[in-house]
Write a protein that binds this ligand. Structure first.
Ligand SMILES: Cc1cc2nc3c(=O)[nH]c(=O)nc-3n(C[C@H](O)[C@H](O)[C@H](O)COP(=O)(O)OP(=O)(O)OC[C@H]3O[C@@H](n4cnc5c(N)ncnc54)[C@H](O)[C@@H]3O)c2cc1C
Length: 542
């Protein structure tokens, strides 16, 4: 796999995944596949990466080498190819087809803030594009380099914990630190802490990317979205440096820091982040799961729990009937003794929904919350299924996404789209999006809710459908456009946690209005007058 397009495509730890029998059975049932169709040979991208030489002028390469050392300026074909795309579906298709139209001209890995400042000044003078990157796990075409330039990789060196403050409960980090590195440091510091931010991409994404793409971890209902975890930031922009001070709260006019949460590399380079932390009380966690009779009663129960002022669960998920049925099928639960009992009790396949809960924080409070949650679930017709399903789910919380590659290898399009919506529009939106998707022949759609608020929640749609061979790209883009239109027209946000990037940029002006867009552009023009920061329509900006 070394130096092939496939080595770039592969998500996860790069080992080849084998499709479980349960998944194969699902693909056969939904799409009419036969045993012969499971040869993993479709658009694999096994070819070695070939790219034209970097067009960066020699003098610029020399200047970059002078700033951060020869070993930190990579103009090799493979290094540049590796930084050409993130993990949006079209990125993967392009890589599998060996299409890298606009790779960066160099990948530069700075070691210090001073080096970053010098690089930004150099690129500003020479009008060279800079795309800051961390884990490159963007699923919105956020790290592509349509104007070439340099991919500024902060994950190689700029990845240190600078301070843990046990009195204030904060950690100060450089943005290139990855999820596992951050948690390892916090878990072993003093009495043991956690940041509580666990996106599904946790293993391969970095703090700077979390902040810049405004992400959410799987336990955000308790710990908060990254928006709520950041206390202050330092940004190096072409126009200068902004460092916000760290306060628990303030009323110093409008909140400058928030301008940069979700700025997606288009305003400047985030070089320092102060995050809230909490004591790590993992051993005091409590768990609960329920089968609910249908999606309506499940979402009502979820809303009542969030509005009960009992406290918020950490993991809080509902799988819709199709996602529940899929999980039951893949795990071999269908027609088991327990399944038969559930059916007799009125928890019917095609209607029933799984609800998973974990409770973090103080043990006494968790027990009290669990009692109250059980009461609310029971009132809404829920059947308690205990701790085991949640613990099992947590065991594969990151690896379930590794399945995408082997599914694409057998010609199956698989993607996810997510949104946030107020409670009173949630079920209608879920129905409308499903109606849209089911217009397609041979499609499997699963939905869950995984980030929950007093006033509403997110919806996360996963869809699988056989690719239209030879027309994979056009087919996907058409389906995706209709899907986003459908979400947009039915009261959903463009994104709850993946950000906008270039993939959702075409909808931005309609979403925030001409004046809103004009204000964003004015901020961009002030901080980045030559338009060198992640240029090419990021966030819909010029
Ligand atoms: C399988 C999978 C599962 C995912 N699950 C989740 C999930 O559960 N929750 C979630 O929120 N997201 C999820 N994502 C999306 C992605 O992981 C997040 O957007 C993540 O926050 C990106 O972090 P990163 O370090 O990979 O950033 P990158 O992809 O490198 O960059 C993302 C954006 O941030 C900008 N950026 C990065 N670092 C900086 C910096 N220092 N200064 C300025 N701009 C910067 C980039 O220019 C780009 O616009 C998932 C992605 C995949 C592939």
């Amino acid at each position: 796999m070394e130096k092939t397009y496939r080595s770039i495509v592969k998500w996860g730890d790069k080992h080849e995944e084998i499709l479980e029998e349960g998944v194969k059975a699902l693909v056969k049932e939904k799409f009419g596949y036969t045993d012969d169709d499971f040869q993993p040979n479709y658009l694999r991208g096994d070819e070695e990466v070939i790219l034209p030489d970097s067009k960066l002028p020699e003098a610029v390469v020399d200047s970059l080498i002078k700033i951060c050392g020869k070993e930190n300026v990579d103009i090799s074909a493979y290094g540049r190819a590796l930084h050409s795309y993130g993990y949006f579906y079209t990125d993967l298709l392009n890589l599998r087809k060996g299409n890298i139209a606009t790779p960066p001209a160099a990948v530069v890995s700075p070691r210090t803030e001073e080096e970053i400042e010098e690089i930004v000044h150099l690129c500003n003078r020479k009008k060279i594009a800079i795309t800051p990157v961390g884990g490159r796990s963007s699923v919105t075409r956020g790290v592509e380099t349509p104007h070439g330039g340099i991919s500024l990789d902060l994950s190689k060196h700029f990845n240190k914990v600078l301070e843990v403050n046990e009195t204030n409960l904060t950690v100060t980090v450089q943005p290139g630190i990855s999820g596992p590195e951050l948690e390892k440091h916090l878990n072993s510091f003093g009495q043991g802490y956690t940041c509580g931010h666990f996106p599904q991409s946790f293993e391969y994404s970095c703090v700077g990317g979390w902040v810049a793409a405004r992400g959410a971890g799987q336990e955000s209902t308790y710990y908060g979205k990254i928006d709520n975890l950041v206390l202050s930031l330092k940004i190096i922009a072409p126009a200068g440096v902004i460092e916000t001070k760290t306060f628990p709260a303030s009323a110093e006019g409008w909140d400058l820091m928030r301008t940069f949460i979700g700025s997606e590399g288009a305003l400047g380079v985030i070089t320092r982040v102060v995050l809230k932390i909490k004591p790590n009380r993992e051993e005091q966690a409590a768990y609960a799961s329920f089968i609910m009779k249908d999606f309506e009663s499940a979402t009502k129960c979820m809303r009542q729990i969030m509005q009960s002022e009992t406290g918020y669960p950490a993991l809080f998920r509902i799988s819709d009937p199709d996602e529940t049925a899929t999980a039951f099928k893949i795990k071999g639960f269908d027609n088991s003794k327990e399944d038969k009992i559930l059916k007799v009790l009125g928890y019917k396949p095609g209607k029933r929904c799984l609800m998973f809960i974990s409770l973090k924080g103080d043990a006494d409070r968790n027990q009290l919350m669990k009692k109250k949650i059980k009461k609310i679930a029971k009132k809404n017709g829920g059947f308690s299924t205990g701790k085991k399903p949640v613990v099992e789910w947590l065991g594969q919380r990151y690896s379930s996404s590794y399945l995408r590659d082997p599914l694409m290898d057998i010609g199956i399009m698989t993607d996810t789209v997510e949104t946030a919506v107020m409670w009173d529009q949630l079920v209608p939106l879920w129905k409308a999006v499903r109606r849209y998707l089911f217009q397609r022949d041979k499609i499997h759609v699963m939905t869950h809710i995984s980030h929950v608020y007093e006033n509403g929640a997110n919806l996360y749609f996963t869809f699988l459908s056989p690719m239209k061979k030879g027309k994979e790209m056009e087919d996907y883009l058409q389906l995706h456009k209709g899907l986003i239109d459908s979400i947009h027209q039915n009261g959903g946000s463009l994104s709850h946690h993946h950000g906008i990037g270039r993939a959702l940029a075409p909808w931005m002006e309609e979403e925030i209005g001409k004046t809103g867009m004009g204000m964003m552009q004015a901020v961009k023009d002030f901080l980045d007058p030559k338009g060198i920061m992640n240029p090419g329509n990021t966030l819909g900006l010029h």
